[in-house]
Design a protein around this ligand. Sequence first.
Ligand SMILES: Nc1ncnc2c1ncn2[C@@H]1O[C@H](COP(=O)(O)OP(=O)(O)OP(=O)(O)O)[C@@H](O)[C@H]1O
Length: 283
Amino acid sequence: MSGPLLEAVGVSIQFGGLKALSDFNLAIHKGDLQGLIGPNGAGKTTAFNVLTGVYQPTQGEVRVSGQRVNGWLPHQINHLGLARTFQNIRLFRALTALDNVKVACRAQGALNPEGVGLGAKFRGAMGNYRDWWRAMLLTPGFQAEERELTEQAERLLEVMGLGHRRNEEARNLPYGEQRRLEIARALGTRPKVLLLDEPAAGMNTREKADLMVLIRKLRDDFNLGILVIEHDMKLVMGICEKITVLDHGETIARGAPAEVRSDRKVIEAYLGDSYLESQGGAA
Ligand SMILES: Nc1ncnc2c1ncn2[C@@H]1O[C@H](COP(=O)(O)OP(=O)(O)OP(=O)(O)O)[C@@H](O)[C@H]1O
């Protein structure tokens, strides 16, 4: 088996006196569909932010495809194959659905040098300058690239069931479709690993059920590793093969849904007695 696509090794992050994440470890391989759960404020989004370069860990190491990415910027980490969606939808609201996805496809296709430092910044700036001229002059190469990007973006909209929304502004889409558009946009960067932050939030039961099927399909069709933060236990337990449970920044359990569901610490911290009752009895 090849090495993990995404790895956190002993990652901690502190905000003032608050340890938001302590000694966090994680490994996502190709084909994994894992969940990250925990009560409000447990550190789930912080974990995503550390993994994607929004925050720098106070301790520990983050690796993407075996490459240490501490100190890298989010777009540089994205270029290595890590994409995410956000708990609070962050689309370009005034752009069409198609353009939202095209922006992501273009960002990945553009000269986007890996690494940190002045050399990478210089190469990036030169690439932008060159692309600007190609766009201004509408060179044949630029037009062919545009067609290719449009086709890619259209394919992703179709995959996410949004083909009919191609020309609608993102802000006019129903909430559930905005969430799916965020996933289409993340896929536009051609990731190897996808991090989904509460993808079903605000969806109705039917939409959630459809999303469960879709997430599995994305994993299979795109050969991805996926990590999902989700409060909806039915969704997490239904699709994830392995679940990590955080509480106050600590990892209190990890394992298959059945193990996690019956873990006393998890029940106390998160699921609560009402969950047990809804499941028809004790763990
Ligand atoms: N930039 C920041 N500065 C200070 N404290 C922060 C920052 N980001 C997160 N925190 C704190 O870290 C802790 C973990 O927050 P986080 O958002 O990761 O929790 P969560 O598990 O995602 O919660 P929820 O389910 O409510 O989204 C919280 O106490 C939060 O207030």
